[in-house]
Design a protein around this ligand. Structure first.
Ligand code: NCD
Length: 310
């Protein structure tokens, strides 16, 4: 594997290898001194053209704990705001001798395009509404830690599916790991053309969250992505919450051991109630710490590990 652009770059063997490395990295995270020498002398650039808190900082810490030199470039404060093209920015950065490029961009396909231009390993940290493969890896890793094997486990993914790259990467990866996935959204936030995709990929779709939750072994709530919405996708916030939010009443329907995930950032009170976000069964902060371990593992496999070509 040279790049990680999509879940399509992975197979089960590679995923389990990444998870095994992530488990070792998780142990490093618990040490007082968290540095490993694995990527000493390597340079990783985080190129973030969209806002981010956890993904950017977790890639930054992951690189640093592996002893890589890490720099961050964001659209605001870079020459992009002076009108420089993506290609010119990327080529400029790579002319400095970069080994790894972690990119987030609002255009679907941006990471793939960048990988055609450069020799550096490219990691897609979110491209528009397309994919976010390390998020799917950290979600699956977190769920495996809680549930054991995901084979035959029922995972409900609920929320703004239309705008979600997290959902698109997750249905692929969870399906690959044998989970039964049901995706739930109001009709206006269900991606058009999902029917044939669901049929060929073997996941289910529903408009009725109350029908799905009682049989869920895990629930993943997704953020309502207002910044990607141009019109009214639902009448009022309250109506969205009543129809699709993980409210206190719906929390009571879930078994006490059913993990609750959310990739963050959360709209508390909209797609998820504070009671659910802060419940004992919430794994939202575990996702963050697992995310760091998984990203360390991904950087290690791409920049230091043996060839794990799919
Ligand atoms: C997600 C993203 O950026 O796609 N967040 C994340 O990476 N933690 C989901 C979101 O923004 O809602």
């Amino acid at each position: 594997m040279k790049n990680l652009l999509s879940v399509d770059d992975l197979d089960v063997g590679t995923v389990q290898q990444i998870f095994a490395t992530a488990a070792d990295m998780h142990d490093v995270q618990r040490r007082e001194v968290k540095k490993l020498p694995a990527l000493r002398g390597r340079t990783v650039v985080n190129l973030f053209f969209e806002d981010s808190t956890r993904t950017r900082s977790s890639f930054e810490i992951a690189g640093k704990w592996l002893s890589a030199d890490v720099i961050n470039i964001s659209a605001k404060g870079s020459s992009t705001s002076k009108g420089e093209s993506l290609r010119d920015t990327v080529m400029t950065v790579c002319a400095m001798g970069v080994d790894g490029l972690v990119i987030r961009h609002s255009a679907s396909g941006a990471a793939h395009q960048v990988s055609q231009w450069v020799d550096a390993a490219v990691v897609n940290a979110g491209d528009g509404m397309h994919e976010h493969p390390t998020q799917a890896l950290l979600d699956a890793y977190t769920l495996q830690q809680r549930l054991g094997s995901l084979e035959g486990r029922h995972v409900a993914i609920v929320g703004d599916l239309t705008h979600s790259r997290v959902f698109r990467s997750n249905v692929k990866l969870l399906g690959m790991l044998g989970a039964e996935v049901t995706v739930v959204a109001p009709p206006t936030l269900m991606p058009s053309g999902i029917g044939p995709w669901a049929e060929s990929a073997g996941f289910h779709t529903s408009y009725d969250v109350d029908e799905v939750l009682p049989t869920a072994d895990a629930v993943m709530m997704l953020r309502v992505q207002r910044e990607r919405m141009s019109g009214g996708y639902f009448p009022t916030s309250r109506e969205y919450t009543v129809g699709y939010g993980l409210t206190r009443d719906r929390l009571a329907v879930l078994g006490p051991d059913v993990p609750i995930c959310h990739p963050g950032p959360m709209n508390r009170g909209l797609e998820i109630a504070a009671d659910a976000a802060d419940a004992a069964q919430s794994v939202i902060l575990d996702q963050v710490s697992s995310g760091l371990a998984v990203r360390m593992a991904v950087l290690y496999h791409l920049l230091a590990g043996e060839e794990t070509s799919a």
